[in-house]
Write a protein that binds this ligand. Structure first.
Ligand code: MEV
Length: 317
């Protein structure tokens, strides 16, 4: 038996524009995905309370996944995580997934499951590994899940902490304080793959306009990074609101959330924005005075899931 876990994440700034080469800031959060792998039977049996009860990949199905066929669109990325470590005919394993990260919320659940599964598989094989190997393997799985991802999600799930990412390169940032943020899951389901495709379609219809927007979003991300490092949260909040407007412009706003937004404006906050792919999923809210408790109560009474967020430096382990 071997096990591993990896954190979920929020994109603090730069989602979507990061796919077009602009910088993004990602933060690993204290919600984790736990994976346990055991040698058992033939093929791969996936069990999970979060995804489905059980799904069985025979050796033939594993070969199909490896050759690019879709066998189970929700789980092939996870099967691929094992296939990055073992050949199909070597796989005789059971995988148990237990995740605290809501699925389809833009909080990095697919990257965390890929990173944790790759690591558990490497451990049970007794193979030496490092973070770059894990992240690269998980990126293969992310391509199955999301089509054309930037690679930020697998990196942050592997390394943890706070990361600035651009064109495949990352820099770790150190903050001396805890950012007072809460995460609200709007519970409107979204698929990252579809949102990334939608933005691409919009971009293709008017590349000049969209390149200009992405460029402005990139500049905002750099400003947010600077103000975060200066602990100037009021300014960070204003920049988040600007960023939110751009996200709406590129087509990934969350439909029908006016009520939530109007309630947010009444709270003691500096700013809010979509986090991740948008179109649904999660929003992050930056609180004034670390005043999270009251806000959480209010948002809960509106019927949303809400998480008080702590940054975690613990990446995969
Ligand atoms: C998803 O967490 C972030 C996106 O920018 C997609 C990506 O970077 O791969 C929407």
């Amino acid at each position: 038996m071997a096990d591993a876990s990896a954190p979920g994440k929020i994109i603090f700034s730069g989602e979507h524009s990061v796919v077009y080469g602009e910088p993004a800031l990602a933060i690993a959060i204290n919600l984790r995905c736990h994976v346990k792998i055991t040698k058992d039977g033939k093929g791969l049996l996936i069990t999970s309370k979060n995804y489905i009860q059980k799904y069985y990949y025979s050796t033939a199905k594993l070969e199909d996944v490896l050759s690019g066929k879709t066998i189970n669109s929700k789980l092939d990325n996870i099967a691929m995580a094992v296939l990055t470590v073992f050949k199909p005919n070597e796989i005789s394993h059971k995988l148990e997934i237990n995740s605290e990260i809501p699925i389809g919320a833009g909080l990095g659940s697919s990257a965390a499951v890929a990173v944790a599964t790759v690591t558990a598989a490497l451990k049970i094989k007794g193979q030496k590994y490092d973070n770059d190997t894990i992240s690269d393997k998980a990126f293969i799985c992310e391509k199955i899940a999301h089509g054309n991802p930037s690679g930020i999600d697998n990196l942050i799930a592997t390394y943890g902490g706070i990361v600035r990412f651009q064109n495949g390169n990352m820099t770790k940032l150190e903050l001396e304080y805890e950012i007072p943020i809460i995460i609200i899951n709007t519970n409107i389901p979204k698929e990252t793959k579809k949102m990334v495709e939608l933005v691409k379609k919009n971009w293709k219809s008017n590349p000049e306009k969209f390149n200009d927007i992405f460029n402005k979003m990139g500049k905002l991300t750099s400003k947010i990074e600077k103000e975060l490092l200066n602990n100037n949260l009021e300014r960070v909040g204003n920049l988040m609101l600007e960023n939110q407007k751009f996200l709406e412009k590129i087509g990934v706003g969350i439909p029908n959330i006016e009520k939530l937004i109007s309630n947010l404006s009444k709270l003691n906050i500096y700013g809010y924005k979509i986090t991740g792919a948008g179109g649904g999923g999660a929003m992050i809210v930056l609180m004034k005075n670390g005043d999270t408790k009251e806000a959480i109560k209010i948002v809960e009474t509106l019927g949303y899931d809400v998480y008080e967020t702590k940054i975690t430096n613990l990446g995969v382990n």
